[in-house]
Design a protein around this ligand. Structure first.
Ligand code: GRF
Length: 220
């Protein structure tokens, strides 16, 4: 029997997306594949506790302990590669990774971003979406390339923006959508369902790669 596929998850904080992945693993959404390690660049990341409680190995590589960005990247690359991962997931990992790291895991490195890319790449997406007055916001899972938040899109979710939304309310709505699409993207990748051609990702079996998470309106 083939050895089970391995996932490495990189986090920096709260870890709610990691929790969604741990739950999917419990449900056996991806068969025998398993999270081999959760690596955080911050020792105080709450997600580390969630991983440990689930019996998953955790590692901390505090970026502040490294003399340069390149040193940190090189150490992180070695730590991740030691697990020979089939997939590396950036789940709220708040460090920009250099081209060597990205190249080493090309085609097996995904990120969850809280916007419908290419809109609102970068930080503070919910605040910027509200300021722009967009009526839909959401989340994207994409393969990572050296260009920040610009890699080939695997799956997107859209949520409505309400007239009276606050940054916190909108961010909670988007986060729920993130928890929906991230485990789905992981399952598709591990199952060999994703085909990347000319910078575009297609699902081989033709499953929809977009989700519209509409809430019942008060008028209906
Ligand atoms: C999420 O909104 C994710 O899209 C972004 O950072 C946040 C991490 O949240 N990259 P959590 O740590 O998974 O709760």
């Amino acid at each position: 029997m083939n050895s089970p596929q391995r996932i490495v998850v990189l986090i920096s904080g709260r870890g709610s997306n990691l929790l969604a992945l741990l739950e999917a693993q419990l449900r056996r959404d991806w068969g025998r594949a398993y999270i081999a390690s959760v690596i955080s660049n911050r020792p105080d990341a709450a997600g580390l506790e969630a991983a440990a409680r689930a019996g998953v190995r955790t590692e901390v590589l505090d970026h502040r302990a490294f003399a340069s960005r390149a040193d940190f990247d090189a150490q992180l690359l070695a730590a991740v590669e030691s697990h020979q991962p089939d997939l590396v997931v950036l789940a709220g990992f708040m460090r920009v990774l250099g081209p060597e790291f990205v190249q080493a895991f090309a085609g097996r490195l995904i990120n969850i971003h809280p916007s419908i890319l290419p809109a609102f790449a970068g930080l503070h997406t919910h605040r910027r979406a509200l300021a722009a007055g967009v009526k839909w916001h959401g989340a994207t899972v994409h393969y990572v390339t050296p260009d920040l938040d610009q890699g080939p899109i695997v799956v997107q979710a859209a949520v409505p923006v309400r007239a009276d939304d606050t940054e916190a309310a909108l961010s909670a709505r988007v986060l729920a959508a993130e928890h929906h699409i991230l485990p789905m993207a992981v399952a598709w990748h591990l199952d060999g369902q994703l085909e990347l051609r000319d910078g575009v990702v297609r699902h081989r079996a033709g499953l929809p790669q977009q989700y519209c998470i509409a809430e019942p309106s008060a008028a209906s």
